[in-house]
Write a protein that binds this ligand. Structure first.
Ligand SMILES: C[S@@+](CC[C@H](N)C(=O)[O-])C[C@H]1O[C@@H](n2cnc3c(N)ncnc32)[C@H](O)[C@@H]1O
Length: 260
């Protein structure tokens, strides 16, 4: 009797629904430590922000515990890169801390030979393109310099290749300079294609032992990356970048907030 009230058991699932498995999203410490080892980026004082970001990341990848996420990130290069792309902060804009770009232009103008400049990190490209624009505006020929821009974030490098920017990123550029180097595409500004030839872009991690093989440089910009590192990692990064200078007398251009 009343058989039609009887509940049929739910079908077997391959995995537990997330809501029933929140215990899998517990302590972030192991993942935070692993992330710091591979990238240098420290979330020391921000474990609650990291926790909520990681929950979103794991759900997007159908991973139901931080333990599994860690094990898979160690094993799977694609997942590891997705984690890096998701957790690194790529905020940048054209002509940021412009006084350093002006100082660089003055140095480059003193050089009779072609100069090689490293931007590590370059994020979505605004910094190396600003340097190129500043040099051209100062009368340095395109044949007189080349810039290498690297970043650990593959999505940022893809955007740098695309070189399509929202107006807010160009807030420090005068209308005249904008008109010389950009063309309007819908609501965005596209960088002139020939300017892209002044820059080589590459995904790279400065802590990768292979990184130094990209060469030695006359000038190195490394701004607003060390702010994400703890003190010993800042020192390590500083040593790596300083060892890549052609002339040890020329300081690396760090951002004003980068060092101690
Ligand atoms: C805030 S952006 C700075 C961009 C630009 N230099 C500026 O000052 O506007 C910091 C960049 O550092 C990159 N980054 C973090 N750790 C890195 C590493 N180990 N190697 C290379 N790039 C890294 C991030 O992906 C991010 O794009």
């Amino acid at each position: 009797m009343f058989g039609w009230f009887k509940k049929t058991p739910p079908p077997q699932r391959e995995y537990e629904p997330v809501e029933q498995n929140v215990a899998g999203y517990g302590d972030v410490t192991m993942l935070a430590e692993y992330f710091q080892v591979i990238t240098g980026v420290s979330f020391e004082a921000q474990h609650s922000i990291l926790h909520s970001k990681l929950v979103t990341f794991c759900k997007q990848h159908a991973i139901w515990s931080f333990e599994t996420c860690l094990a898979r990130a160690k094993e799977e290069p694609l997942l590891r890169q997705a984690l890096i792309d998701y957790l690194t902060t790529n905020e940048t804009y054209f002509f940021r801390e412009v006084y350093q770009i002006e100082a660089l232009v003055a140095l480059v103008k003193e050089n009779a030979e072609k100069v090689l400049i490293l931007c590590a990190p370059c994020a979505t490209g605004e910094e190396p393109y600003s340097i190129a624009i500043a040099l051209l505006e100062a009368g340095v020929a395109a044949s007189g310099f080349h810039i290498v821009g690297i970043d650990i974030n593959t999505e940022a490098i893809a955007k740098a290749h695309q070189a399509l920017y929202s107006e807010v990123k160009l807030k420090n550029i005068t209308p005249e300079v904008k008109a010389r180097y950009f063309t309007r595409e819908a609501s965005k500004q596209a960088l002139r294609p020939d300017l892209k030839a002044c820059i080589t872009l590459k995904t790279a991690n400065i802590f990768d032992p292979e990184f130094k093989n990209i060469g030695r440089f006359d000038y190195i910009f490394s701004r607003n990356m060390l702010i994400y590192f703890d003190k010993p990692t800042k020192e390590k990064a500083k040593k790596i970048l300083e060892s890549m200078r052609k002339d040890p007398a020329i300081p690396v251009f760090f951002g004003h907030a980068d060092l101690f």
